[in-house]
Design a protein around this ligand. Structure first.
Ligand code: FES
Length: 116
């Protein structure tokens, strides 16, 4: 199946904290606003599957709330390289709506967070 665009939330409802999480077509998606714009990544730390959306965004990176790994929102790259990089999703704003593009197939177990 091919990738497809889905509604994430209204831009006007995007939290002032600068990040929001939602399940989009089965994918756990974290959208965060950085100085360079909006970016979307898989909401699951590649170390031990924590929800990254419970962490803080600083200087363009999300910090895992469990053990502190940092991932660059724009690229999904694990800063310092200790763990695998995150999957990223294309994100756009259309008519005040944030949309993300996710794969047509369901995420593998390695891409699902442990708790919700
Ligand atoms: S679970 Fe994220 S750094 Fe360990």
């Amino acid at each position: 199946m091919s990738d497809s665009w889905h509604t994430f939330c209204a831009m006007s409802e995007f939290p002032e904290t600068g990040k929001a999480a939602a399940v989009v077509a089965g994918w756990y998606v974290l959208v965060a606003k950085t100085e360079d714009g909006l970016f979307a990544v898989n909401d699951r730390c590649t170390h031990q599957a924590a929800l990254l959306s419970e962490g803080r965004v600083r200087r363009g990176a999300i910090m895992c709330p469990l053990h502190g790994a940092r991932f660059e929102m724009a690229t999904g790259r694990c800063l310092g390289g200790a763990y695998k990089d995150l999957r990223t999703f294309p994100v756009r704003v259309e008519n005040d709506t944030i949309e993300v593009c996710v794969p047509g197939e369901a995420p593998s177990m390695e891409e699902l967070p442990v708790a919700r």
